[in-house]
Design a protein around this ligand. Structure first.
Ligand SMILES: [Zn+2]
Length: 264
């Protein structure tokens, strides 16, 4: 046995002991199963839950969107972009709209700031322990955190998305190369321009797996070029449409103020 595997074996014995000691009588069986099969066993139930969702990214994405559907959007809420730090709103349409993170609609502790639903022990989304009340110290579901990270940086998860497509380019059907890139089928600027009034849970689908595809780089470059042309044309049309003295362009901000967040 090498020194590294000896170290790991010793560490895993200690981690397993710690995990089992902290485990409540009721704990999601698939999470425990996943934890015990890790090369490095997570030493606490919470870390086990987080590790489980990280490994089941697409399931976390589906769950977070389903929980959001259960919440619906708060009365009177519309998707708006912020102009200053104090607004509590995201400044770019590249971030998913998140009503429950806005100070005016936050549901407070014990509720997930991403989906709005109650959070229970270990960041779980169901009250498996019959406590009858959410965990007052929790502000998000472990699944929703995984989903949020996926929504804002889907390129980091290219491996899972490639596997979902059986390593075939979603546009050409050819085998995906190493340089393949993650693409939003409906680009986010169009979501903002054409769908911003859609119900909030429906909007989230544009950031989640339903709107994500992996395409070979050459296809992606071409698609991005077309989208850039299309945006330039619509900007020009908006400029010619306004009368002198009025501000140019779309009053809601057609341009992306933060192109760096583009998931490429
Ligand atoms: Zn949540």
């Amino acid at each position: 046995m090498s020194t590294a595997s000896e170290w790991r074996a010793t560490r895993n014995v200690a981690a397993r002991t710690r995990l089992e000691r902290a485990l409540p009588a009721c704990f999601p069986a698939p999470v425990l199963q996943h934890a015990l099969a890790r090369p490095l066993i997570p030493p606490t139930p919470r870390l086990a839950v987080e590790s489980y969702w990280r490994a089941h990214l697409l399931r976390a994405d589906r769950l977070a969107r389903a929980l959001a559907t259960r919440s619906g959007h708060p009365e009177g809420w519309t998707w708006r972009l912020g102009t200053g730090k104090d607004s509590g709103l995201a400044a770019t349409f590249r971030l998913p709209p998140s009503p429950f993170r806005e100070p005016a609609h936050a549901r407070g502790k014990g509720h997930c700031c991403i989906c709005g639903q109650p959070v229970y022990r270990f960041g779980w989304h169901r009250d498996l322990w019959d406590v009858g009340a959410p965990n007052k110290n929790a502000r998000w579901h472990a699944a929703c955190v995984t989903a949020w990270k996926f929504w804002v940086a889907p390129s980091d998860q290219v491996k899972a998305l490639k596997a979902r497509q059986r390593h075939r380019c979603a546009a050409s059907g050819k085998r995906l190369f190493k340089t393949a890139e993650v693409d939003h089928r409906v680009p986010l600027y169009r979501v903002w321009r054409e769908h911003r009034d859609a119900p909030w849970p429906t909007l989230l689908d544009y950031w989640g797996a339903p709107n994500l595809q992996v395409v070979n780089r050459v296809v992606h470059v071409e698609k991005c070029g077309q989208e850039a042309n299309e945006r330039a044309l619509s900007r020009r049309a908006a400029r010619t449409a306004v009368t002198p003295g009025e501000p140019h362009g779309d009053a809601h901000g057609e341009d992306d103020p933060h192109p760096d967040l583009s998931p490429r």
